[in-house]
Write a protein that binds this ligand. Sequence first.
Ligand code: HH2
Length: 279
Amino acid sequence: MTVLDCRGRKLDLSRVAVMGVLNITPDSFSDGGIFFDPAKAVAHAREMVAQGAAIVDVGGESTRPGAQPVPLQQELDRVIPVIECLAADIAVPISIDTSKPEVMRAAVAAGAGLINDVYALRAQDALDVAAQLQVPVCLMHMQGEPRTMQADPQYTDVVADVRDFLVTRVEAARKAGIGADRIVIDPGFGFGKTLAQNLALLRELRSLTTLGVPVLAGLSRKSMIGKVLGLAVEDRLHASVALAILAVQNGARILRVHDVAATAQAIRMWEVACIENRV
Ligand code: HH2
């Protein structure tokens, strides 16, 4: 049984955990602009916790394909006041979705207890800062960078290549002093991957569980659904829930989602039917 210690707040992964997405951005691909106002952001976080979120992931920079980088001060101004409010307002762990070491530091000082980095701590100083902060980290695979990552992603074998990358990043994190009990990995669905590559990763997600650390999957509302079903972002709920359950079936322990209530209900049914085998 894995329990992540997120600065005193526990994330118990003996049960599948729902990570509720809280984007404080004007331009995120599915909820950009909606929670830009801190009061609205806090209210939404509270709602997600009531619906079953075991952790709330706060981000101040969109990483959607084509997104432009956000300057440091702007990212700090977006996320830090919200994290301060949330730390006093909700009991579950708060994660910070950032790649900037300065934001990691300020966010943890404000009350965040997990670093979720789509660059897998590859920015200068990020590994050392994360190690010093002594909070768990999520290391995600991305090919390229958001501005250009969907242009022409290339792999020899996407599952093996993503796995090799994550092995290398876990080793780098361990070397920097981050214990295995503080590492989560994520194949990075939609980050420099075609539809076929995303589907292969989902089908073979279990190959990542052999790294011995929990696997996080972020499939919610992503373009792979749009590509298969031809649906706009706001119409991707049903397919998102189906993909979430597939990911859990294939070994994911944390699901990063926008629609917490629907996902939490589906997971509960999966647990009862497939794990506990009782009502
Ligand atoms: N996906 C997004 C952002 N952060 N972090 C992890 N670990 N895994 C993911 O799959 C992941 C992530 C993109 O989703 P969203 O935050 O809704 O959009 P945007 O980047 O446009 O803000």
